[in-house]
Design a protein around this ligand. Sequence first.
Ligand SMILES: NC(=O)c1ccc[n+]([C@@H]2O[C@H](COP(=O)([O-])OP(=O)(O)OC[C@H]3O[C@@H](n4cnc5c(N)ncnc54)[C@H](O)[C@@H]3O)[C@@H](O)[C@H]2O)c1
Length: 261
Amino acid sequence: MHITGLDEERHDQRWEGQRALVTGSGQGIGQAAAQLLASKGVRVAVNDIVPERAEATVGLITQAGGEAFAAPGDISNPSTVERVFQQLDEHYGGIDILVNDAGIIIKDTLDNTDLERWNRILAVNLTAGFLTIKQAVKRMRTQHYGRIVNVSSIAAKHGGGYLGGVAYAATKAGVAALTRGAAREYATDGINVNAVMPGLTYTPMTSGMPDWKQKAIEDSTLVKHGGQPYDIARAIVFLADPESGYIDGETLDVDGGTSLD
Ligand SMILES: NC(=O)c1ccc[n+]([C@@H]2O[C@H](COP(=O)([O-])OP(=O)(O)OC[C@H]3O[C@@H](n4cnc5c(N)ncnc54)[C@H](O)[C@@H]3O)[C@@H](O)[C@H]2O)c1
């Protein structure tokens, strides 16, 4: 019996020549996803609002023999998004994989979140995905192929708590709905849209957490520890895989068995 996907040659070559944009890939989860994609032969546009971080990731990828370029800028800004996609067109002639990773966190209560910060977190965590998906889909449609992976959070399920406040959770719930809706709209264009829902992951975003809080979150997992950026990157790359075409509109928990739903 021939089982598609176990064909050795196809297995090795299926990533070759693909082109990806990973937003917020100057550190943490996005950086690990960019590195893992590049290690498979994917050419990567590395976006980050901090240009030095984007350059650092490009350095790591090229030192390891991969291909990448820096596309810095605030990805919630429509003109940045346009420019980043123009850069992708110029460097690689389009895009096959979009990873919407860029994110910021607010840990405060609603009482202590003013409208300016509310609008900012919505722009970065949710509107940026709306903008990048529209640009990516324009290109993916013409080739009838694309993989879009969004980064939500288990905070979406509980309205926040240990991992971020209400504003953060609301944006991440929005990402989950955006994922399902976009999956429905673009499925017949050959474009799959999925999301990961990470639990606690040890990155600069969570590094300032007090020990008691970190321990409480670790205790709430089945595995009794948080995840490394690579753990989340593996799930992102799994969903971005050409052979994951039967997975669509999924939000995949990567949380050490916290949610169990
Ligand atoms: N770390 C966790 O425990 C955890 C859990 C669940 C979900 N997440 C989500 O995973 C994603 C990555 O988180 P992380 O922990 O790696 O965070 P991080 O802060 O370590 O890295 C995020 C990167 O995004 C960049 N960035 C921020 N705003 C940007 C913007 N407007 N445009 C472009 N780049 C921007 C930052 O400069 C930074 O380099 C985020 O969406 C976050 O909400 C993280």
